[in-house]
Write a protein that binds this ligand. Sequence first.
Ligand SMILES: [Zn+2]
Length: 64
Amino acid sequence: MYEMCVGPEGPGEALVWHVMAKQATATLCGQQLAERIEAAGAERAGHCSRCMASFAKLMKVTRR
Ligand SMILES: [Zn+2]
């Protein structure tokens, strides 16, 4: 299971939506989000391109 979580794309960068496995401590792009940010503050945030790329690969692997 995966979930979307909001966090900065990098230190000091804009908020984006990352993908995170339910039991993981880091996002698919390897970031450890220190705190959950309220999704309401990120309605216009984009998607993390690195997470999206990793997620697409995972979906290909698991859908055989
Ligand atoms: Zn990410």
